[in-house]
Design a protein around this ligand. Structure first.
Ligand code: ITT
Length: 185
């Protein structure tokens, strides 16, 4: 059993769907770990999981993620949760109103840590573009304005299972699950 320290139920549901495919168990714990002020998701994930594992005393993960928009030089990136809470996806679309370059990517970094061990990092990315309007009501946060490369639909227009096949989080969690399976052999 792995504990996932997160306050975001959407993240947890996506992770759980992948764990299930690997026949592994994951449980949400509502620890709110301090978020380091850093430009790097990896630093935030490492610090967060080292903090959380001390409270759980069991194998624990945290996941830090963000949306990086090329024309905005990577904004909102590590500040995605804050930007979503404040200006929301409408604010991001407004910032991009006259911009032709719509390239963006989602990144996910998982920090995994066992008690008294060093954290291990797993990463995933998905490239795509920012739509011109909000489309779809599935998913969460920026899903309805992000179109992954090779698709015409936004993440907001596809199911959780479909999103997991392409998404940053799907990729990072599959890496983690493969590694856990290897370890259990
Ligand atoms: P925890 O820290 O408690 O896990 P959180 O939502 O605050 O939850 P982050 O600090 O990692 O998590 O913030 C990531 C933000 O990036 C998230 O709140 C969304 O705004 C955005 N984001 C990340 N992955 C996303 C996805 O798959 N779809 C839509 N938006 C996403």
């Amino acid at each position: 059993m792995i504990l996932f320290a997160t306050s975001n139920l959407h993240k947890f549901k996506e992770a759980k769907e992948i764990f299930k495919r690997y026949d592994l168990k994951i449980k949400q714990v509502g620890i709110k770990y301090p978020e380091l002020q850093s430009d790097k998701l990896e630093d935030v994930a490492k610090y967060g999981v080292e903090y959380s594992v001390q409270l759980t005393s069991a194998p624990t993960i945290v996941e830090d993620s963000g949306l990086f928009i090329e024309a905005l030089r990577g904004f909102p990136g590590p500040y995605s949760a804050f930007v979503y809470r404040t200006t929301g996806k409408e604010g991001v679309l407004r910032l991009m109103e006259n911009l032709k370059n719509r390239k963006a990517e989602f990144q996910s970094v998982i920090g995994y840590c066992e008690p008294n061990k060093k954290p291990i990092i797993f990463k995933g990315k998905v490239k795509g573009k920012i739509s011109y309007e909000i489309r779809g009501k599935f998913g969460f946060a920026f899903d309805s304005i992000f179109i992954p490369n090779g698709m015409t639909k936004t993440f907001g227009e596809i199911s959780l299972g479909e999103k997991n096949k392409f998404s940053h989080r799907g990729k990072a969690f599959r890496k983690l699950c493969q590694w856990l399976k290897q370890k259990l052999r």
